[in-house]
Write a new protein. Structure first.
Ligand SMILES: C[S@@+](CC[C@H](N)C(=O)[O-])C[C@H]1O[C@@H](n2cnc3c(N)ncnc32)[C@H](O)[C@@H]1O
Length: 443
């Protein structure tokens, strides 16, 4: 019997799933790889493969719940993933059973023609097709993988984590930051977007980003609404010398440059700096770009302001990176927290007296947020926290007791959610607006 031609997008989705679940490789690394089933797909098939793989990862435990009653024991991983993909397509996407079951059986046959796996896949998915869609619709949000979930529950409690899981299951809209914020209404109209209270735009169903109006001319860049706040927390920066200490791929550098700062954009990663340069070129914005280790970087003149968007667990971005909960171990973050503390100390040293430092992480863990700032204040007498109570577009419930912003994926649920972030502003003794050396104002 001739081997049937496999659907390339489904085959690529399965390769991506195996990469995450068995080899602990991120989707970003896999999709950047020049070889393999994903690389061999046409662009439209790649986009579909990515949608399928991220959908299954987002809802993996619900997929397993749909399959569980029809399996005496989980089959080996390649066949299990074919079943999970089939369950997701049948139940979440509502695709026609005939096509889904057929494709899944072909994939199982290609995987292992001699075994009973194709027959098992056929039998199980036919049963899932009958009742699965109704069960799926009634199912609670899929739980995050157990070890990852445990780390979050320890900090936030079960109820809040269920809120995170609902946001994770719903996925993330596409948020854009405008080069010229005064054109928000114009671009919202052109793109069919809504203007967010933070000033950016939100699209619920974007399609291919590079095909959207304004992309080629650099009128906007992709940036979650939460991620747009740290740069704004520096306050007015027109003419100020600003160091973006962990800058790549550059969303916040672009904001600072667009706001009129003279930006030094520093990052340790060559590959990520290449993306930063591309982003500067596309938007026509300028910054001095430095590839260096922020822990040891020295500058002749101290900076008026510094943004430290530090490397972290990225737990706040799970809505956009559903592979992350399968890859990240939250039980020991000591390397990351030591790096964050070292970068914070270096940033304080590079700041001029009276300058402002914003520390941010896209983390949901206080060890990478509140605790880091408390420890930095203790290590640096005179350093003071500047409350962010007046940051336009932010909500009162986001403000912590000390005046930092603690953003969570379950906030803005009615608008489509928000990435998790921690943002705090610190002032060196003698804090004042740029160009003034005295006073203790917090404007
Ligand atoms: C959260 S990302 C920054 C995102 C960036 N601010 C943006 O808005 O696009 C953290 C960055 O820190 C960089 N990084 C990690 N360790 C570093 C170090 N020791 N010195 C400088 N950059 C570092 C990473 O390469 C990564 O690009």
């Amino acid at each position: 019997m001739a081997t049937p031609a496999l659907d390339p997008a489904r085959a690529a989705a399965l390769a991506l799933l195996a990469g995450v679940l068995s080899e602990r490789m991120s989707l970003a690394d896999q999709t950047a790889h020049p070889k393999g089933p994903f690389a061999e797909c046409a662009p439209a098939e790649r986009a579909r493969a990515q949608r399928l793989a991220t959908g299954v990862l987002r809802h993996l435990r619900t997929c397993d719940q749909m399959l569980g009653p029809h399996l005496r024991m989980p089959p080996y991983p390649a066949i299990h993933n074919i079943l999970r993909l089939g369950a997701y397509e049948l139940c979440a996407l509502g695709e026609a059973p005939h096509g889904v079951v057929h494709a899944a059986v072909d994939l199982a046959r290609a995987e292992d023609p001699q075994s009973r796996a194709p027959g098992l896949v056929n039998a199980v998915l036919r049963k899932v097709a009958d009742l699965g869609p109704a069960l799926w619709a009634a199912a609670p949000p899929a739980q995050l993988p157990k070890p990852f979930r445990k780390g979050l529950v320890k900090v936030w409690g079960n109820k809040t984590v269920i809120g995170f899981e609902a946001a994770h299951g719903a996925g993330a809209p596409l948020d854009l930051t405008l080069r010229d914020p005064s054109e928000a209404a114009l671009w919202a109209d052109r793109l069919g977007a809504v203007v967010l209270p933070t000033g950016g735009l939100r699209l619920s169903d974007a399609g291919q980003v590079s095909q959207l109006p304004g992309y080629a001319e650099g009128a906007w860049w992709v940036q979650d609404a939460a991620a747009s706040l740290p740069a704004r927390a520096l306050g007015p920066v027109v003419g100020a010398r600003v160091l973006d200490l962990c800058a790549a791929p550059g969303g916040k550098t672009l904001q600072l440059a667009a706001a009129g700062a003279q930006v030094t954009a520093l990052d340790i990663s060559d590959a990520r700096v290449a993306r930063l340069r591309e982003n500067l070129a596309r938007t026509g914005l300028a910054a001095e770009v430095v590839i260096a280790d922020g822990l040891t970087y020295a500058a002749e003149t101290p900076f008026d302001a510094i943004l430290l968007d530090a490397p972290c667990s990225a737990t706040g971005t799970i809505r956009r990176h559903p592979d992350l909960p399968f890859l990240r171990d939250l039980s020991d973050l000591s390397d990351l927290t030591a790096l964050q503390a070292g970068l914070l100390d270096r940033a304080v040293g590079l700041l001029r007296p009276g300058g402002r430092l914003v520390f941010a992480t896209c983390s949901l863990l206080p060890a990478e947020g509140e605790d880091q700032v408390a420890a930095a204040l203790a290590r640096h007498p005179g350093l003071a926290q500047v409350p962010l109570s007046d940051l336009a577009g932010s909500a009162a419930e986001w403000l912590t007791d000390t005046g930092a912003l603690r953003l969570r994926p379950d906030f803005w649920a009615e608008r489509g959610g928000l990435d998790g972030f921690f943002i705090a502003a610190l002032a060196k003794p003698g804090y004042a607006r740029f160009g003034h050396d005295s006073g203790s104002g917090t404007s």
